[in-house]
Design a protein around this ligand. Structure first.
Ligand code: TYM
Length: 320
């Protein structure tokens, strides 16, 4: 089984990225050949600062390693180290119906948030399909926001197979039901671009500040509170033990505890949860060349697979 996923280096990673994609991706690295990449080509649709793109890309690789990606088991690489993927994106675009892309939620969502509608943003799902198909991927661990992109990938694979014969496997999304959409501090999906993120490797003061600004209703301390609609409770249940979660649920329902106290408790747990990863990050940083070495090894392996698949594709469509 081949497992593949990508993450954009558009800023610091947040706990939505962690629980939605990185934790499941790390768990899957023992179940088959795992390939994970830093999607720097994709980030060009929104990030136009070359130094920042380079720095963010290295940082995402470092953070992913700190979060448990084992470079001896999984392949970690930069998107742009496999430029063949843009060739495949072009080939896929020649069979992609306009209507398929016009229906893409993430494009409409980005425009609604004021991003300029460049062609790259519009055709993003085609590049993402190429990312997945070029490695003959079976399983793609992602958060729920990426589900439609995987459906588009499958549609494009079917179109290619119908047109040129069996070229591509159909990949399956792997979405964790309990963490498919991690809420941000305003209760909406956590996202860097919504400004509601809690970063994994922010400093203590910053993480505390973000947690203490979680939006709540204005119920009094004594009032019973609803855990099911509370962002504090949802985030707490991701990082606390079963018993601790049951205990917080009871205290919500019983009343007598204010949101401020619950937030403090959430911050303590979050800080503790990511402590081993902060430690590992410090250790990795001591070896100046570690991240670059991992990315170089990853690029080599990713190219081996991509070249094989591209040979097949070029032959099938008549480019050879
Ligand atoms: P990106 O960089 O926006 O996010 C990386 C991963 O984190 C997940 N995620 C979340 N999951 C749950 N709750 C949240 N609040 C949350 N926020 C982010 C995303 O679902 C994603 O899995 N298009 C992709 C990157 C990509 C890719 C690929 C993924 C490019 N090519 C090929 C898989 C396969 C993206 O922008 O993810």
């Amino acid at each position: 089984m081949r497992i593949l996923s990508g993450i954009q280096p558009s800023g610091a990673l947040h706990i939505g990225n962690y629980f939605g994609m990185m934790r499941p991706a790390v768990a899957l690295q023992t179940e088959g050949e795992a390939l994970y990449f830093v999607a720097d080509y994709h980030a060009l649709t929104s990030l136009r600062d070359p130094e920042m793109l380079r720095a963010n890309s290295r940082r995402v690789a470092l953070d992913f390693l700190a979060c448990g990606l084992n470079a001896d088991r999984a392949t970690l690489f930069r998107h742009s180290d496999v430029p063949q993927v843009t060739e495949l994106a072009w080939i896929l675009s020649t069979v992609a119906p306009m209507g398929l892309l016009e229906r893409a939620h993430s494009y409409k969502d980005k425009l609604a948030r004021g991003m300029s509608p460049n062609v790259g943003l519009f055709s993003y799902p085609i590049l993402m399909a190429a990312d997945i198909l070029i490695y003959d991927s079976d399983v793609v661990p992602v958060g729920k926001d990426q589900k439609q992109h995987i459906e588009i990938t499958r549609d494009l694979a079917v179109k290619m197979n119908e047109t040129y014969g069996q070229i591509f496997k159909l990949p399956e999304p792997r979405i964790q039901p309990t963490t498919e959409t991690v809420p941000g501090i305003d209760g909406q999906k956590m996202s860097k671009s919504y400004g509601n993120n809690i970063d994994i490797f922010g400093d203590e003061k910053e993480m505390r500040k973000r947690v203490m600004s979680i939006v709540t209703d204005s119920l009094a301390v004594d009032a019973p509170k609803d855990p099911a609609t509370s962002t504090i409770f949802q985030l707490y249940s991701l990082v606390a033990s079963k018993d601790e979660t049951v205990d917080m649920r009871e205290r919500f329902v019983k009343g007598g505890t204010g949101y401020g106290d619950f937030k403090k408790q959430l911050f303590e747990k979050l800080w503790e949860y990511f402590a081993p990863m902060r430690k590992r990050r410090e250790e990795i940083l001591k070896d100046k060349s570690y991240v670059d070495d991992v990315l170089a090894r990853g690029a080599k392996r990713a190219n081996e697979i991509a070249n094989q698949v591209m040979d097949r594709v070029r032959k099938a469509v008549g480019l050879r």
